[in-house]
Design a protein around this ligand. Structure first.
Ligand SMILES: Nc1ncnc2c1ncn2[C@@H]1O[C@H](COP(=O)(O)OP(=O)(O)OP(=O)(O)O)[C@@H](O)[C@H]1O
Length: 329
């Protein structure tokens, strides 16, 4: 057994007990540090400081990912990549081959299941791990890629790929590019993207996102595509308990608290709403809207209740059942 402390999601804890240091750089794969006998003490100290800053940034992202409710398979996947890159560095130190992998992905799931949030974190983590040079996310949809005349689409798409270099190009509802068939300009966008994946290999990551069934159909009807996207991730709907956990996390990070009766009321409402709207239910985004609306209602209530005076700190933090406006919008 190694002495590494492994967190719940599989990543090493912040202070690993083993002796190997991982250097996380912005444009190269992580490398394993070796004792540098010729380096001056000053250089070593500066290097160690930079390395520990990089590691801290990486651990912050790791915490952000771990802080997301559920999504265990995605947390495990990120650890796989982390392990792969460390071992790749060790292999090249040992003179062994370590081919770069293809990281283009398909994210499948209903609205509000965390696809964009995860993509944003993955972009930054990949930058820290040396897979991407910048780690930004460019989020687009059909209208951003498709133009109005022949040649316009290819130009628009190439411009967006250029913007995404060093980061992730995230295409929401990617299947809408295929909706008009062969004659539609969407086809031109797909062809341009495929060409960019060849020409700018390893310079950006493409993530196609959308509803599961539509994504499956899109991939099945474009036979050239599936093999270009070796990583497919499912984002399942959150359970009611997970949605409540998400709600509690959202109020906590905004310095509010939900009264137990308010939690119960949200729970009952979510059960009803989820059942009625099925795959249109927007999961964590729905919860976020409920919370933000309640915060506005609480402000109105407090202003009316304390006209002239100021509510105490606890009152400023508390969201009560009367602050929840949960009727259909
Ligand atoms: N697991 C989670 N834990 C905490 N918050 C979450 C989680 N998943 C999503 N959220 C929050 O829900 C909101 C919507 O998430 P996000 O935009 O990532 O969903 P999406 O799947 O990309 O939706 P869409 O497909 O409609 O664009 C964001 O505020 C995000 O922070």
């Amino acid at each position: 057994m190694s002495g590494r402390v492994v967190a719940r999601n599989g990543f090493p804890e912040e202070r690993p007990s083993r002796q190997i240091n991982v250097i996380l750089r912005s444009s190269e794969p992580p490398v394993v540090s070796q004792p540098q006998t010729q380096e001056s003490e000053g250089q070593q100290a500066a290097g160690a400081k930079g390395n520990s800053q990089q590691q801290n940034l990486f651990h912050e992202l790791q915490k952000e990912l771990d802080g997301l409710v559920g999504l265990d398979h995605i947390k495990e996947f990120m650890f796989e990549i982390f392990a792969l890159l460390q071992i790749a560095a060790m292999r090249s130190e040992a003179g062994l081959l370590s081919d770069p992998q293809v990281f283009h992905m398909v994210f499948k799931g209903n609205p509000g299941t965390g696809k964009t949030t995860v993509a944003r974190i993955v972009a930054k983590m990949f930058q820290r791990m040396g897979v991407l040079s910048k780690g930004h996310l460019i989020e687009v949809e059909r209208a951003d890629l498709v133009g109005e005349y022949i040649g316009h689409t290819a130009q628009k798409t190439r411009d967006l790929v250029k913007k995404a270099l060093g980061g992730i190009l995230f295409i929401d509802e990617a299947y809408s590019l295929a909706r008009g068939g062969e004659k539609d300009f969407g086809k031109e966008a797909i062809d341009t993207l495929v060409k960019a994946m060849e020409d700018q290999k390893n310079q950006f990551i493409l993530i196609l996102a959308g509803y599961s069934d539509e994504m499956d159909f899109f991939l099945a009807t474009n036979p050239g595509l599936p093999s270009r996207f070796p990583i497919q991730m499912d984002f399942p709907d959150y359970s009611i308990d997970q949605l409540i956990q998400i709600a509690e996390g959202m109020v906590k990070e905004r310095d509010y608290i939900l009264m137990p009766q308010a939690i119960l009321k949200i729970k009952q409402h979510l059960l009803r709403e989820k059942c009625e709207t099925e795959h249109l239910f927007s999961n964590a985004r729905y919860v976020r809207n409920v919370i933000e609306r309640s915060i506005r209602q609480q402000a109105v209530r407090l202003l009316q209740q304390y006209s002239g005076g100021s509510p105490g700190k606890l009152e400023l933090m508390t969201i009560r059942t009367e602050d929840l406006k949960l009727e259909k919008k």
